[in-house]
Design a protein around this ligand. Structure first.
Ligand code: GTP
Length: 591
């Protein structure tokens, strides 16, 4: 295939605006997949993706149409997976910007567009779902014109569902998106994804920027320094399909003889050239998990299975981190790091579905940077690691830059809610008279607890949200200890803002009171902040009626017995190891 007949592109959109449906139509029109083979959303290969109708992993596919080779990479829309989007963008020359005709531009539309513009991609604006009665094509067209400074007739209005005008999109891809540049130097291929196949080894997804790669050639990974052999090369139609070689401009896969995914890092450059000095292509920023939670097996003996499952999931999920963690209450488990709440949720569901393991998940928390008086800096991912107050110089938390898209009439509600969650207002930007973007700085902490649901609640479901990491900033975080019967229950301690400590203490103490069963002695539960008790409650004892067996007799004998009982109780309390059932821990962890 001559390079002038290759087009590489992706589709970017807000979640649910119809990317996968459009990809299905493109596969159909180009005859890549026959109607008979067509399952809805064919590129969403994970069961979970298909069921929830969301794309999690990027998926490349090659189509042949009217003498052209068209390489499409389907990308996820949710903000947790932005890194997947930016990887796809680095491998293509153009993007279809898909906007729902009933909704208009939303938070991720804009975020993904900005990413695409950073990569200097040609943008093809497309309005989708014009078959719906609520479609307002002209209003959405105006939004797009304002955003892209394009002409009205640059915008194609389609229905990905019925297929109306979808061919025009393909024509536009061919006419407007540039073919790849013809570079005749040594081979250079960008790894934009990789996975481990237990039968074949590590498979990398590549975009070849110069030269070519064939099966049997030796591969050098420029960043990791790994060396490997190309056992097979090929492209996606959409299943993996073997070809002789991958040449400049093409997107495809290489099956390598590597056994460890860490040797084939996403963002690395592969070359077959060992003689001259080949420059690595610009890679990507490595993704860092932002949200941490304890993951424990529900059945105590499932630890080994859990470990194996997590290790397997990790093979295809570069962003996931994990380390062993011990909890007196929940047993042995893992502290895992995620990109965001959706990533965490999907991880849990995959454990359940693909490995049949139910887990208990603790309240997610962010990673704090703690500067110690000794000059050292430590990263804290759980309350148990938090240093003693006297050791701490300052604590920093991650702050996000947040954009909220909303119809103007919900501004008041949203502002109230965001301020309550420690948002710092930056500005309001008007998309048109009645649609705005509110800009805020917001602690990541606030995003973790029901933020999205509450936002949807106060905006009748209309607001959408995008966020990105901004910076670490000093915060006033303290560790709240919980004493049960006078003993510190380390596993129950939490981190909280100082000015919310009283509330948090009250909440924990109350929920423990509900969750710990009464025992033969009184149990005191206390929340302690810097040595001071800020909330407490008591669980009254089960009273054993020691006098029940006593018929008659004089009153002093009765009193003696009661006295003895009291002493016994005292003793029990002193040595008192209170049995705290796991549900009690969960009542605290699950906010
Ligand atoms: P993510 O993968 O989660 O980012 O979503 P997506 O953008 O891939 O959206 P998807 O293709 O899953 O479509 C979302 C919903 O919109 C589905 O229920 C589709 O059936 C529906 N949909 C997509 N295109 C059209 C269209 O042209 N008309 C109508 N009526 N519905 C459509």
């Amino acid at each position: 295939m001559s390079i002038s007949h290759i087009r590489n592109f992706c589709i970017i959109a807000h979640i649910d605006h119809g990317k996968s449906t459009l990809a299905d139509r493109l596969l159909e029109i180009t005859g890549t997949v026959t109607r008979r083979e067509m399952k809805d959303q064919i590129l969403d290969q994970m069961d979970l993706e298909r069921e929830r109708g969301i794309t999690i992993k990027l998926a490349p596919v090659r189509m042949q149409w009217q003498g052209y080779q068209l390489n499409l990479i389907d990308t996820p829309g949710h903000v947790d997976f932005t890194y997947e989007v930016s990887r796809s963008l680095a491998a293509v020359e153009g993007a279809i910007l898909l906007v729902d005709a009933t909704q208009g531009i939303e938070a991720q539309t804009l975020a993904n567009l900005h990413l695409a513009q950073k990569h200097n991609l040609v943008i093809i604006p497309v309005i989708n779902k014009i078959d719906l009665p609520a479609a307002d094509v002209e209003r959405v067209a105006q939004e797009i014109i304002k955003l892209l400074q394009c002409r009205r007739d640059d915008i194609i209005a389609i229905s990905a569902k019925t297929g109306k005008n979808v061919e025009k999109v393909l024509r536009s891809v061919i006419n407007k998106i540039h073919p790849p540049q013809n570079n005749d130097f040594s081979s250079q291929a960008l790894v934009f994804d990789s996975f481990f196949d237990s039968y074949r080894g590590v498979v990398v997804y590549v975009r070849v920027f110069s030269g070519s790669i064939s099966a049997g050639e030796k591969l050098n990974f420029l960043q990791t320094g790994s060396q490997a052999e190309a056992l097979e090369v090929g492209c996606f139609r959409p299943r993996m399909s073997k070809t002789d070689k991958l040449q400049t401009g093409e997107i495809g896969y290489i099956v390598t003889n590597l056994k460890n995914i860490n040797q084939a890092k996403v963002g690395d450059t592969i070359t077959t050239d060992t003689t001259s000095k080949v420059e690595p292509l610009p890679g990507y920023e490595e993704v860092k998990p932002m949200v941490f939670a304890g993951i424990y097996p529900k059945e105590g003996d499932d630890f080994q299975r859990l470990r194996e499952a997590i290790e397997k999931l990790k093979l295809n999920d570069a962003a996931l981190t994990f380390s062993v963690e011990n909890s007196p209450a929940l047993g042995v488990g893992f502290r895992c790091g995620f990109l965001g709440m959706l990533h965490l949720e999907i991880f849990q569901q995959r454990l359940q579905r693909e490995y049949n393991i139910s887990v208990v998940t603790t309240v997610p928390s962010v990673a704090y940077q703690v500067y110690l008086r000794s000059g050292e800096k430590v990263v804290i991912k759980s309350p148990q690691e938090f240093p003693r107050p006297e050791e701490i110089d300052k604590v920093e938390e991650p702050i996000m830059k947040v954009e909220i898209f909303t119809p103007a009439k919900y501004i008041g509600n949203i502002m109230k809610m965001v301020v309550k969650r420690r948002g710092e207002y930056i500005e309001t930007e008007y998309l048109d008279e009645d649609r705005v973007i509110l800009h805020y700085f917001l602690p990541l902490n606030s995003l973790l607890v029901d933020f999205y649901d509450t936002l949807k609640g106060v905006s009748a479901g209309f607001a959408s949200l995008n966020y990105e990491f901004f910076a670490y900033q000093v915060c006033d975080i303290v560790k709240l200890d919980i004493l049960v019967a006078g003993e510190k229950a380390e596993a129950l301690s939490t981190l909280t803002y100082t000015d919310e400590a009283y509330q948090a203490g009250r909440r924990i103490v109350d929920s423990l009171k509900e969750a710990i069963p009464r025992q033969l002695f009184e149990i005191k539960i206390q929340a302690v902040l810097g040595g001071k008790i800020i909330a407490s409650s008591r669980i009254p004892p089960l009273r054993k009626d020691v006098t029940a067996k006593l018929y008659g007799g004089d009153v002093t004998r009765k009193r003696k017995l009661l006295e003895k009982q009291k002493q016994g109780k005292k003793k029990m309390q002193k040595i008192g190891s209170v049995d705290i059932p796991p549900e009690a821990f969960l009542s605290v962890f699950k906010r």
